[in-house]
Design a protein around this ligand. Structure first.
Ligand code: NAD
Ligand code: UGA
Length: 463
């Protein structure tokens, strides 16, 4: 039996470790966190994160070979392999503020591992980290004077929220980076053995430490870059009367380009894309590559432009004023099938509309609590309404901001009849049947497609 410990019971720790426990019944898996409320929630019927399929796996393994605890120190002492999946947000202070990764939680964990270890261990970087962080980790851990040896591995996580369990059950690759020493190779092989319980060996890639750390940042940068690229073209489509879905299909059919991640939207959100790209840019600058840094920063700038453009389009279409108008936001989560609202474009749009003094109502099937928390004081100016029909009642406009499938099933005739006319739908996810909505009577404004409207667009009225 191997004692596996994961420090950090957030989205990553909380969704990966139950899957490891379910595939490795012979090992004991403990997930610890300093957040008592979170740990209590993991042990309850109401898990702290919403992830399809996760409840079932936790139910099957909890108390058998999966345990959650706040006792970090004694669990460190007992562990053979320690995954570290603490948060690595963007630094908000000092050198590199707004760009570099804040490694304080990371470093605290390293020191805590050192203080509580009485045996040698494998320490696995699961968090997303700047390239060469493992070097600092090794230095801290191996500075002990008691003959213990720590092998540091990099095993970045590629799961996406909303499909975390599926991604972990059936990953298209597992990446493990380690030192090319005898002990390093042994440590890599030990981790490979764990994943090989359910992942075919040829899908487990082993590399040197720095390639592994960097690949994670690069994978996220490439994914976000595709979204910013298609979103940039969506702006052009709106001017040129081309249709972004048709363009994405035509372009993506080229196998060299591929069809994934070409869905134009109000913008990408989530806790990682922006922070990882800014971190990548910061690293480039650190290594004396300012041109490379500027190149990647543009991906984030384009995303900010897309979010701002969405709000401007709404204001322009609604006769250049939305002050006092009720606007229903359908969706607060940064994508469907998650309750996560971190960096959600929905909340950015909400902020933009509040600035224009609109009367904003938010509805979302799972993310209302997090939306309220993330909006902070602004939440006092927003109405939270669980029922989408009530949210739309007496509204001038609906903005679709999360691609929840339930929004495709609503009775839009009923919604239309309850709204102020002319009624608008701004579909920030190109989710709905626009032609049908137009036939009902809505003025429909998709992303990257000509609007379907009976009104003369303000652009023409105002010259
Ligand atoms: P999260 O904020 O949801 O969870 C991190 C947890 O670590 C928190 O519960 C926090 O209380 C805990 N923690 C912090 N310091 C601690 C300490 N000293 N001891 C014990 N617990 C501590 O973050 P997350 O979304 O799970 O992300 C974790 C890492 O994984 C980040 O580096 C992120 O970039 C990366 N990542 C995230 C995703 C994702 O989908 N969210 C996917 C891949 C990689
Ligand atoms: C992303 C990556 O997909 C994961 O591989 C990675 O592990 C993770 O970040 C991470 O490091 O945190 P995630 O942010 O959970 O996963 O979700 P995505 O499916 O990548 O979506 C990110 C954002 O892009 C969402 O707001 C989504 O709506 C948007 N998106 C995605 C688009 O606007 N268009 C697309 O075509 C695809």
């Amino acid at each position: 039996m191997t004692n596996i410990l994961c420090i950090g019971a957030g989205y990553v720790g909380g969704s990966t470790m139950p899957v490891i426990a379910s595939h490795c019944p012979e090992h004991r898996v403990v997930v610890v966190d300093i957040n008592e409320e979170r740990i209590a929630a993991w042990q309850s019927d109401q898990l702290p994160i919403y992830e399809p399929g996760l409840d079932e796996i936790v139910r099957q393994t909890l108390g058998k070979n999966l345990f959650f605890s706040t006792d970090v120190n004694s669990n460190i002492a007992e562990a053979d392999i320690i995954f570290v999946s603490v948060n690595t947000p963007t630094k908000t202070f000092g050198r590199g503020a707004g760009r570099a990764a804040d490694l304080q939680y990371w470093e605290k964990t390293a020191r805590q591992i050192l203080e509580n270890s009485t045996t040698s261990k494998i320490v696995v970087e699961k968090s997303t980290l700047p390239v060469r962080t493992a070097e600092a980790m090794e230095r801290i851990l191996n500075s002990n004077g008691n003959g213990l040896h720590f092998d540091v591995l990099s095993n970045p996580e590629f799961l996406a929220e909303g499909t975390a369990v599926r991604d972990m059950q059936n990953p298209n690759r597992v990446l493990i980076g380690g030192r090319e020493t005898e002990s390093g190779r042994k440590a890599v092989e030990r981790l490979v053995e764990i994943y090989a319980q359910w992942v075919p060996r040829d899908q487990i890639i082993t590399t040197n430490l720095w390639s592994s750390e960097l690949s994670k940042l690069v994978a996220n940068a490439f994914l976000a870059q595709r979204i910013s690229s298609i979103n940039a073209i969506s702006a052009l489509c709106e001017k040129a009367e081309a249709d972004i879905s048709e363009v994405a299909n035509a372009v993506g059919r080229d196998e060299r380009i591929g069809r994934h991640f070409l869905r134009a939207s109000v913008g990408f959100g989530g806790s990682c894309f922006k922070k990882d790209i800014l971190n990548l840019a910061y690293l480039c600058e650190h290594y004396g590559l300012p041109e490379v840094a500027r190149y990647w920063e543009q991906v984030v700038k384009m995303n900010e432009y897309q979010e701002a453009r969405f709000v401007s389009n709404m204001v322009a279409a609604m006769f250049n004023t939305i002050a006092g108008k009720r606007i229903a936001l359908f969706g607060a989560a940064f994508k469907a099938n998650t309750n996560d609202t971190r960096e959600s474009p929905a909340l950015e749009v909400c902020r933009g509309l509040l600035e224009e003094r609109a009367d904003v109502v938010i509805t979302d099937p799972h993310a209302m609590e997090n939306a309220r928390m993330d909006l902070g004081e602004l939440a006092n100016r927003v109405t939270f309404e669980p029922d989408p029909y009530s949210a739309a009642n007496h509204a001038h406009a609906i903005a679709i901001l999360t691609e929840w499938s339930q929004y495709t099933q609503l009775d839009y005739e009923r919604i239309y009849s309850s709204m102020v006319k002319p009624a608008f739908i701004f579909d920030g996810r190109n989710l709905l049947d626009h032609k049908k909505l137009y036939e009902i009577g809505f003025n429909v404004h998709p992303i990257g497609k000509p609007p379907l409207t009976r009104l003369v667009t303000p652009e023409f009225t105002h010259g």
